[in-house]
Design a protein around this ligand. Structure first.
Ligand SMILES: CCCCCCCC/C=C\CCCCCCCC(=O)N[C@@H](CCC(N)=O)C(=O)O
Length: 667
């Protein structure tokens, strides 16, 4: 009876209750309503998905940082490009290999330093460049800007390389290949360090040398840090540079605005359906963990092997770790924005998927898993890098040892990672040897000027590529600089197809002459773009005569005012420092201006943000705007930021002398 009844319902429902049916009218109507509701929901969903895909907006909005449509590049004749390429070839010939933390190629590193000084003589001799050796082999440069009110930035790269690995697999000598024309007709600079990271060291030096030779002293002070042991974690190089730099910044009353290090790159054809190259800027970096795996068994004669040897136990554990990966964190880290930023440039089908991640995130996560490269952006990775056991072919060893290297996703945590390791390798001793956590995510909203500076510079050399923020899946020296700034970006404009990514630490590392030329231009443009400067509105500045600076300092001295020079918390350029410098420089400074605080509105009408990340609109916009609307905490303006000045300096409560002083101008 039941079977018969239900078959009638099915028959009826297939035509939505038309025709003969034993169920009541009410049931029929309900079934109809349910079916039509389901159909309506599905249609609405499909429509929503299509509309979302059709209306996807570009998420990165480019801020004009000056001559956007007509950027001025370094001159680059064929001869100059060749000479620059040859210098990179020469740089690669120095075997500055880091084998381990205690086995660095220090003699080669010394020679490499001498080489840099020889081939870039002008910058090493420049009045506005100061070089400080760090821990003998690493290098820190300070490039003095002409304007003291802009916070400096740091460019990083590293001079060491990993060993070449299997020499016989290389098509050309990894340290002596020169420039090679490949079957695609392109000229390549081959060798270890070509993209990791001597291209960046040489690229930065080329750009700076050019600026020095052409008397283009930058407006904004910046620093360059070249570590000598990045490939073994940078504890002797970057860590020491960071300590010295912190002191220099403090002594100069500066705060680091942002830093750019190696990291991600321009990548093409990595996601099927996205047919434009992506300028992939690392805005966060994975953590790191090294785990020792030890298995024990009986040491016996190989003619009577045990049921399970130490090697077998360890092999099972390791195989389990590879089979049961650490869980996907898709949607919990910067990878989600990599895809959201890329989505408007996808085929329509992919736009429907990427534009509707609320619906398709499971599908996307599974698709990312299909390639180890794309999978690395969504989870903690597990790489078995060392496996050792046995000494003789007829002795079953009692010990087997392996090493696993994890790169930890920013939303994962070490305890969970180790717990899964222990589950996977349940009969193996799992010991954490070394680790550091994932980085913070640096801000990449459109109003963050440092992010704009990096992206604009990349767009100027790769105009057809599209910027996306994302996770740096490997590690860099930036770990050591994390106390100096919260705006840390990881990128060099090397163009990579998926097959090229395998050249990092792999075989046949290379960079084309054409791309290397873009690398050099990128750093040059970055130095120009970083000078982008919001001009102060004329009504907001009052200039002061040098002798009156003295007078003001005396007044300050007499008061109980404490100089903020030694205050590490302040991100202000101390006023006394500005005054001293203005005094020194006033003779030859064309637009030197000292800021008088009471001329800046006490209560700006609208303070868009109190966050240090909030950027200002470009200078020309500022000049046109009502000055009342200027944010008070902005570090990009030429004015002394107000956040602590009134409190510390009591300038809102001026004595008559102070008031007279503060309404004067500097000549
Ligand atoms: C949707 C877009 C997906 C993009 C996927 C990109 C996959 C990228 C794959 C490889 C990246 C290679 C990065 C090379 C970085 C070189 C720096 C380096 O090797 N650093 C060492 C530092 C070691 C340490 N202890 O600090 C390292 O990470 O091992």
């Amino acid at each position: 009876m039941m079977r018969k009844h239900s078959s009638h319902i099915e028959a009826g429902s297939s035509s939505c209750c038309s025709g003969t049916c034993y169920c009541s009218k009410k049931v029929k109507v309900t079934i109809c309503v349910v079916i039509w509701t389901v159909i309506a929901v599905i249609v609405a969903l499909i429509l929503a998905v299509i509309i979302k895909a059709a209306t996807l907006q570009e998420l990165f909005e480019r801020m004009e940082l000056g001559a956007r449509d007509d950027p001025v590049f370094m001159s680059a004749t064929e001869q100059e490009i060749l000479e620059r390429s040859q210098r990179l070839v020469d740089a690669i010939s120095y075997r500055t290999i880091s084998f381990s933390g205690t086995n660095l190629s220090l003699e080669a590193m010394t020679d490499f330093g001498t080489f840099l000084e020889r081939v870039f003589p002008n910058l090493h001799d420049s009045d506005f460049v100061t070089f400080t050796p760090i821990n003998t082999y690493s290098r820190l440069y300070r490039i003095e800007g002409t304007e003291k009110t802009l916070n400096p930035y740091l460019l990083c790269a590293h001079m060491d390389v990993v060993p070449e690995g299997d020499f016989d697999l290389w098509t050309h000598d990894p340290f002596d290949a020169g420039i090679v024309t490949e079957s695609d007709g392109q000229d390549y600079i081959f060798g270890r360090g070509a993209i990791d990271d001597k291209h960046a060291v040489l690229g930065i030096m080329e750009a700076l040398e050019y600026k020095v030779v052409n008397k283009e002293q930058p407006k904004r002070t910046f620093y360059i840090g070249f570590g000598h042991d990045e490939e073994v974690s940078g504890y002797l190089g970057a860590a020491e540079i960071s300590i010295t730099l912190e002191k220099m910044l403090k002594d100069n009353g500066e705060e680091l605005d942002f830093l750019l290090d190696e990291g991600m790159f321009v990548v093409a054809d990595i996601i099927p359906g996205i047919n434009v190259p992506l300028i992939y800027i690392g805005v966060a970096e994975k953590g790191w963990a090294v785990v020792d795996l030890d298995a024990e068994g009986d040491q016996v004669h190989s003619s009577t092997p045990p049921l399970e040897s130490s090697i077998g136990i360890l092999a099972h554990g390791v195989a389990n770790m590879e089979d049961n990966k650490q869980p996907s964190m898709f949607g919990k880290g910067p990878e989600i924005d990599t895809l959201r930023y890329a989505a408007p440039h996808a085929t329509f089908l992919l736009k429907m998927i990427l534009g509707n991640l609320w619906l398709f995130s499971g599908l996307v996560s599974s698709a990312l898993e299909l390639s180890s490269q794309t999978d690395s952006i969504q989870r903690t990775t597990t790489a078995v890098t060392i496996f050792n056991a046995g000494v003789k072919e007829n002795v079953v060893p009692s010990q087997a040892h392996a090493v696993v290297n994890h790169r930890i996703h920013p939303s994962d945590n070490l305890e969970d990672v180790l717990e899964l390791d222990r589950e996977n390798a349940d009969r193996v001793k799992v010991t954490l040897r070394d680790s550091f956590p994932p980085s913070e995510v640096s801000s990449y909203s459109n109003d963050v000027i440092p992010f704009q500076i990096v992206v604009n510079s990349a767009l100027e050399v790769f105009p057809d590529a599209k910027p996306v923020p994302g996770l740096m899946v490997a590690n860099t020296d930036t770990f050591h600089y994390k106390n100096l700034t919260d705006k840390i970006y990881r990128f060099t404009p090397v163009y990579n197809l998926p097959e090229d990514i395998a050249r990092f630490h792999g075989i046949d590392e290379r960079i084309s002459v054409d791309i290397y030329s873009k690398v050099v231009q990128f750093y040059y443009r970055l130095m120009v773009n970083a000078d982008f400067d919001v001009k102060i509105a004329p009504t907001a500045q009052v200039e002061v005569k040098p002798e009156e600076v003295e007078e003001f300092l005396e007044i300050l001295e007499e008061s109980d005012y404490e100089s903020p020079i030694n205050n590490t918390d302040s991100n202000l350029l101390p006023l006394t420092k500005v005054m001293e410098e203005s005094d020194e420089n006033s003779a030859n400074e064309t637009d030197s201006h000292l800021m008088i605080l009471q001329d800046i509105p006490e209560e700006p009408n609208e303070n868009p943000s109190n966050e240090t990340d909030s950027g200002l609109p470009p200078s020309q916009d500022i000049l046109e705007e009502d000055f009342d609307a200027m944010p008070v905490n902005e570090t990009y303006s030429d004015m002394l930021p107000l956040e602590s000045a009134p409190k510390d300096l009591d300038l809102y409560d001026l004595t008559p002398e102070e008031e007279t002083f503060s309404n004067r101008t500097i000549d």
